[in-house]
Unconditional design. Sequence first.
Length: 233
Amino acid sequence: MNKPAGLLVHRSPIDRHETRFALQLLRDQLGHRVYPVHRLDKPTSGILLFGQRPEAAAALADQFARRMAGKTYIAIVRGWCPEQGAIDHPLTEDRDAAMGSGNPMLPRTQDAVTLFQRLATANLPVAVDRYPSTRYSLVLLHPITGRRHQLRRHLKHISHPIVGDANHGKGVHNRFFQRHFNCHRLLLACIRLNLQHPTLGSALQLRARPGREFEAVAAALGWQSALEAALTE
């Protein structure tokens, strides 16, 4: 499924008011149960993988657990981030995840690694924050580990938060994108998954576009060519 931003994968006690879920929509569309393999945050769009049988889902999930699945995300971030690099920064398991796992003990600190590559930059002659102009970057992200909110927390750690991130970003930039680009979403999308078919063993190369709002912002910033090159790589 190419999950739109704002859609939950499944029911969550954190969002009790929500009535639509990716799991339910896909089940209703296919007419039988499906089994989620991994998760995407509610505000993140992109490839969401399910198994039609529990055995298939378990085999696919094992590839994620053993870090055999290649994951590629694209994001728009504040500032001009370095051309490329690795963010090796441990993350503390949040309390909600710890409680949800049945472990009431103090949250654990987990290793977390993200590779990134800058694709394009823009410099707007607008004083959004404390500078007379404002910079943004289009970035590819390759999470090596799969920690909760890893990409959002890692980009905040290097002072290049993802635009539209209400929890880890900066409100003045989020509001600017809402006013100037009519964009009301987190600008983060999973655009590629590379893994093996759970029964055939053949390579699965899954691709998805980041969504209309994301692409409209990229076009407005002059990044059409860079975005298309990333999507067709």
